[in-house]
Write a protein that binds this ligand. Structure first.
Ligand code: ZN
Length: 85
């Protein structure tokens, strides 16, 4: 599968830049366009190291923030703060 993606994408990074052109850097890794278990060719693309690192960092931060939100949502004060009495 990796080989097929590299062949299709010519081993060039397929990430779109802000001007909608492709990055075009030499790509070592294959990336899931949408994270998850979709391993079809249509959901895979070549990605350069730089974009891969950037994406991984963003996904890590997202997961971290989601975990923080979740832990905050779980905490509910059931009693009034003693300072308010
Ligand atoms: Zn790139």
């Amino acid at each position: 599968m990796r080989k097929q993606v590299h062949k299709r994408d010519n081993s060039r990074c397929q990430v779109r830049l802000s001007d909608n052109s492709r990055c075009g850097e030499i790509a070592i890794d294959v990336d899931h366009i949408r994270a998850g278990d979709d391993h079809r060719l249509i959901n895979l693309r070549c990605i350069c190291d730089w974009h891969h690192n950037k994406k991984s960092a963003a996904e890590g931060a997202q997961a971290y923030n989601a975990a923080i939100r979740k832990s905050k949502a779980k905490f509910r004060r059931t009693e009034q703060h003693p300072g308010l009495l």
